[in-house]
Structure formats: structure tokens, C-alpha cells
Ligand binder design. Structure first.
Ligand code: FDA
Length: 305
């Protein structure tokens, strides 16, 4: 219930105004976001890479409403890739792109062409792109874009969400050689007709999907902080004789940092999802929805500020 309410607030302009102007939000944002500028993204990437981690960078922003905004986001990603290359960080840095930020709601073809420009810029500096997955109404469109982009850029990564009932089938289709697939639980509010409501059902689905990906021939990217699922990921890697260059763990910047470093020390590839930019509101709300314990604290600080 609380999760659904927070995710609904993520799309409510009055709540957005209240929260983005609150100083308490700024301090929470600092936990999850590198900073406002490309320079912040590069600096934090450098620190993470020095600690033995890889990164995937997200220029914050979604649901772009006009072509100019979509073009600006595309340019921003190309600029980011140049800056990463200039700093000698691309690779191991790659980028994660939300298709809604590059125009998917206006015209899926426009979003595909903008994403292609980002793939081109990534390939030019020797790295790649992963397409984030948004709510279920966009899943088919995003997978269509993925297959179009993979013709020329086969390393383009997909994201699949274990909370969707369809995902085990999607995993089977994408578990082929060369296919990079990030498996996460899913961060949006979805109706029961398409998604599992119960946390245990989501976890069970995650394990079924993980089994398909780890048994397959692709490159699974195990994106979770859940200690049980991380342990199952490690166990499946041993079972399927997967060496550290054939799969990776992924976690969000600011979440379970000690575990990120523990996995890296144990020889696993660990990639940190690192957002930056000023448009942090929906991202912060999804992080709050995952951590209801913060919400009471956050609400109290809002009232007293
Ligand atoms: P779960 O939410 O059960 O958390 C397990 C434990 O992790 C918690 O008990 C807590 O200790 C810690 N934790 C989790 N979230 C936290 C938070 N916000 N703050 C503090 N502690 C927290 N989703 C999506 O729909 N589309 C996408 O493209 C992506 N992309 C993506 C990339 C990467 C690299 C990651 C790690 C995650 C995503 N996600 C995503 C988000 C994902 O769907 C999911 O919402 C979060 O990862 C939380 O789920 P967990 O698997 O961590 O489990």
C-alpha cells in the first residue's frame, strides 16, 4: 500500500514541488546520486573504479515531453561518453538509458533513433549501453528497440523485471550467446493482471529467471541487493561453472556499499548504477518506495522544516 502511494506521488506535480524544495530531500539525494553535473559523475566513477568496481551511468530524467528535450538528453549522453573517454574510464564505465527520456512517449521510432546515436557514441569510445526498463506499458516497445539496436550494436544490454509474469518467457528468449541481460525485481507500480503483488512471489520469479539466464549462453547481470538472491547468484555461478567474465552483479550507488566491495574482493565483477543530474525526483521516490523505513523519517523532517 505504502509503496503504491509513494510511486503514485512520484507522478504528482504538487508533491514533486513540495519535496524538491525541501532541504531534507537534498541530503537523501546525496546518498543515491553522484551530483548535478557530468564532472560529478566522472569524479564518483573514478572513485568507484579505483575501488575495483565497474559503473553504469544514468543521466537522470524521464518522460520527456517534446522532441527538443529528447534531443537534449541524447546530446547529454554523448557528452557524458566523451567525458568518460577523456578521463580514461570508458570502459569500464558504460551508460544506462531510459527510452522515455529520449522520446519513447512521443514516438517510439524517435526514441530508437536517439538511442542509436547514444549506442554509436558508446561504441566509438569502446563501451556500450543498457536500456533501462520502465513500467509494463513500455516493455514490448523497449524490447522492440533493443532488437533493432542489437543488429548494429549487439552488446546493447536489456533489463528484465522479475515482478512481471511475462519475464521468465522473456528470459528464455534473451538467454542467447552475446546477450547482456540485467535481471532486477522491478521498481514501478504494476497491476496484478501483469505483475506479482506478493514479495515472496517476486523473489521466486527472480530465482526462476536467474536459473534461465545462468543456464543460458548470454551474459547475466544480477541486479539486486537482496542478500538471499545474491547468495543464490553466487551458488548458481558455481553450479554452472561461470567464470567472473561471463556474468556480473549490479547494485545501486548508495545501497549496500560494503557488500559491493565484498563481492569485488571475492573476484566477482560488480557494476554500480550511478545516476547524476538535477532531475532526481522520480528516481528518489522509487528508492524511497523500496525503503519504507525512510519514509516516516523523511515525512517528519518535511513537516518540521
Ligand atoms: P529489495 O527491495 O527486497 O531489497 C533488498 C535489501 O536491499 C533491502 O532489505 C535493503 O537492505 C536494501 N535496499 C534495497 N533498496 C534500497 C534502497 N533504495 N535504499 C536502501 N537500501 C535498499 N528497476 C526497474 O524497474 N527498471 C530498471 O531498469 C532497473 N535498473 C536497475 C539497475 C540496477 C543496477 C539495480 C540494482 C536495480 C535496478 N532497478 C530497476 C531497481 C530494482 O527493480 C529494485 O527496485 C531495487 O533493486 C530493489 O530491489 P532488490 O532486489 O534490491 O530487493
Amino acid at each position: 500500500m505504502l509503496r503504491t502511494a509513494i510511486l503514485a506521488a512520484a507522478r504528482t506535480p504538487t508533491v514533486e514541488r513540495l519535496i524538491t524544495n525541501a532541504s531534507v530531500a537534498r541530503s537523501l539525494v546525496a546518498r543515491y546520486v553522484a551530483g548535478d553535473e557530468v564532472a560529478d559523475a566522472v569524479r564518483v566513477s573514478q572513485e568507484l573504479i579505483a575501488d575495483g568496481l565497474a559503473v553504469t551511468l544514468d543521466q537522470l530524467g524521464e518522460d520527456t515531453e517534446d522532441e527538443a528535450g529528447a534531443a537534449a538528453t541524447t546530446e547529454a549522453y554523448c557528452g557524458l561518453l566523451d567525458a568518460l573517454a577523456h578521463a580514461g574510464l570508458a570502459p569500464p564505465a558504460e551508460v544506462s538509458v531510459k527510452l522515455s527520456a529520449v522520446g519513447q512517449r512521443l514516438d517510439p521510432k524517435l526514441a530508437t533513433e536517439n538511442a542509436r546515436k547514444i549506442c554509436q557514441a558508446a561504441a566509438a569510445v569502446g563501451t556500450t549501453v543498457t536500456l533501462d526498463m520502465e513500467d509494463h506499458t513500455t516493455t514490448d516497445l523497449t524490447l522492440d528497440t533493443l532488437s533493432t539496436l542489437r543488429v548494429d550494436y549487439p552488446s546493447t544490454g536489456a533489463v528484465l523485471q522479475a515482478y512481471l509474469r511475462r519475464t521468465e518467457t522473456d528470459c528464455r528468449e534473451l538467454a542467447h550467446a552475446g546477450s547482456r541481460v540485467r535481471l532486477c525485481k522491478g521498481a514501478y507500480a504494476e497491476p496484478e493482471s501483469v505483475g506479482f503483488e506478493n514479495a515472496l512471489d517476486v523473489d521466486r520469479s527472480y530465482v526462476r529467471c536467474l536459473n534461465v539466464l545462468m543456464a543460458g549462453e548470454g551474459y547475466p547481470m544480477i541486479a539486486t541487493h537482496d542478500p538471499r538472491l545474491v547468495a543464490i547468484g553466487e551458488e548458481r555461478a558455481r553450479w554452472y561453472d561461470r567464470t567472473p567474465d561471463t556474468f556480473e552483479f549490479q547494485m545501486l550507488y548508495g545501497v549496500r556499499s560494503d557488500e559491493q566491495r565484498r563481492l569485488a574482493r571475492d573476484g566477482y565483477t560488480v557494476r554500480i548504477y550511478l545516476p547524476y543530474g538535477r532531475d532526481w525526483y522520480p528516481y528518489l521516490m522509487r528508492r524511497l518506495a523500496e525503503r519504507p523505513a525512510y519514509v516516516a523519517l523523511f515525512a517528519r523532517s518535511l513537516v518540521s522544516s
